[in-house]
Design a protein around this ligand. Structure first.
Ligand SMILES: [Zn+2]
Length: 445
């Protein structure tokens, strides 16, 4: 889907997407740069950059093509995405994004939430996590720049998304993994053809060093030098949720937080839908879920502080183990403006959250998803949701990738392949505790 306009001249002979992006702007001092410029951090104040749009033009373009005629992928709302080169866009993310919004009746009944939905990014293509959304933007931007190599630093899911989307686009991928990662994810990266470099040090240390490597070598990093573009992919989750609810914004969104990209850009996405006149989104509350062992954003929110104090992560939720979250201050601002809150969950509660989602909705999520469900349980128990309100919980990653890290379930001894022995074993299994009961027992206050 592309249009020919005068702006396409600026892009040489390339066909232009319908993107209405206009500039890069600093989060804090509002310094701005042309979209074409390779800049990812404000040289004046050191803060990150945001992509801004011509919302009037975007609303006009959006009205020209009915939602049903738009691609059901990451580019569904291309007017509000930063990629202008149609050729680059066509090579990335054709099957990414646009994940199901699942009416979670059985989980809702367990938690006492009448209108509960799961935004299921654990089923995202191609790499089974929400990172497909953000990395799609990075890879498309890389192609716009005419580059053929991409690096990233990852707690797990960014790596698999980069490996997968880069392979499809014909780009070489280099993944830097810090300590204590989920092994299956690193093996997944290599199986997809990425070159993997493991470093001693946690995510925050690896992230700092990768920035130095990027500066010294000129290599683009998906979640560092391409960050303004990367971050834009996250807001597509908000666009989809509102459209999937019939252009009604939910009353509450519960999101896990690591670096803070997802929840801060869900906030941005809701604002943009309001600016476009597509939905009234002002009253949506955003709540943050973090593990007890790495909760710098949640702690700052609960202490009513404007800045995050870094922590040393110690949690089984490796994909949330970012102790110095780059977008933490944006999350605090978003939660504050939207009248939301934050809560955290211990490792046993996180795994009980995984089990409860599995036993009720048949969805196997990773510890980040378990964190969200455990926090959802706490917020419901604390009376944060009225009975007529709509609640959406975002499940960001797939548990098939992290099974090696889950506490082992009791595994019955092998028996003879013989009828009576099998019937006896079946009776014993019937008498054993169900996954649901075990999860409820763990989550009880
Ligand atoms: Zn600035």
């Amino acid at each position: 889907m592309s249009i020919g306009t005068a702006e396409s001249l600026r892009q040489g002979a390339r066909q232009r997407t319908r993107s209405c992006a206009t500039a890069l702007v600093c989060h804090r001092c509002e310094h701005s740069w042309p979209l074409e410029q390779s800049v990812f951090i404000c040289p004046d104040c050191g803060k990150g950059l945001d992509v801004v749009y011509d919302y009037e033009l975007a609303a006009r373009h959006f009205a020209e093509v009915a939602p049903a005629e738009r691609p059901h992928n990451i580019w569904h709302f291309e007017e509000l995405l930063p990629i202008v080169d149609a050729g680059a866009q066509a090579r990335v993310g054709r099957y990414a994004g646009y994940t199901p919004l699942i009416a979670a009746d059985r989980l809702g009944a367990e938690l006492g939430i009448a209108n509960l939905y799961i935004k299921d990014d654990s089923s995202s293509r191609p790499s089974f996590s929400y990172k497909d959304r953000v990395v799609s933007m990075s890879i498309a931007r890389l192609l716009e720049l005419g580059r053929e190599e991409i690096g990233c630093v990852s707690t797990g899911n960014v790596g698999t998304a980069v490996a997968s989307l880069a392979a499809r686009a014909g780009v070489s991928a280099y993944v830097v993994y810090p300590n204590r990662l989920e092994n299956t994810k690193a093996r997944g990266c290599m199986a997809l053809g990425a070159k993997v470099c493991q470093v001693e040090g946690n995510y925050d240390e690896a992230n700092r060093r990768c920035r130095e490597v990027a500066e010294a070598t000129g290599m683009e990093f998906a979640n560092i030098t391409l960050r303004p573009f990367y971050a834009e992919g996250a807001k597509t989750a908000a666009f989809e949720i509102v459209e999937q609810l019939g252009w009604n914004a939910p009353d509450h969104i519960v999101s896990p937080a690591a670096g803070g990209t997802l929840s801060s850009r869900v906030h941005k996405g809701l604002i943009e839908l309001e600016k476009m006149g597509l939905a009234e989104t002002e009253s949506t509350h955003i709540h943050i879920a973090q593990p007890s062992g790495c909760n710098p954003i949640a702690s700052a929110i609960l202490a009513e502080e404007a800045e995050v104090h870094p922590v040393m992560p110690e949690t089984a939720a490796h994909s949330l183990a970012i102790g110095a979250p780059g977008d933490g201050y944006l999350v605090i601002d978003a939660v504050h403006k939207r009248g939301g809150t934050a809560a955290f969950a211990s490792d046993p509660e996180i795994f009980a959250g995984i089990d409860l989602l599995a036993a009720t909705e048949g969805l196997l999520t990773e510890p980040a998803g378990g964190t969200t469900i455990a926090v959802l349980e706490k917020l419901a128990a604390a009376g944060r949701f009225d009975s007529d309100e709509t609640v959406v919980a975002i499940i960001t990653g797939n548990g098939m990738k992290t099974l090696d890290d889950h506490p082992p379930k009791q595994w019955p001894a092998k028996i003879d392949c013989e009828r009576d022995a099998m019937m006896t074993a079946l009776d014993e299994l019937k008498a054993s505790e169900s996954l649901m009961d075990a999860a409820r027992r763990q989550l009880e206050p």
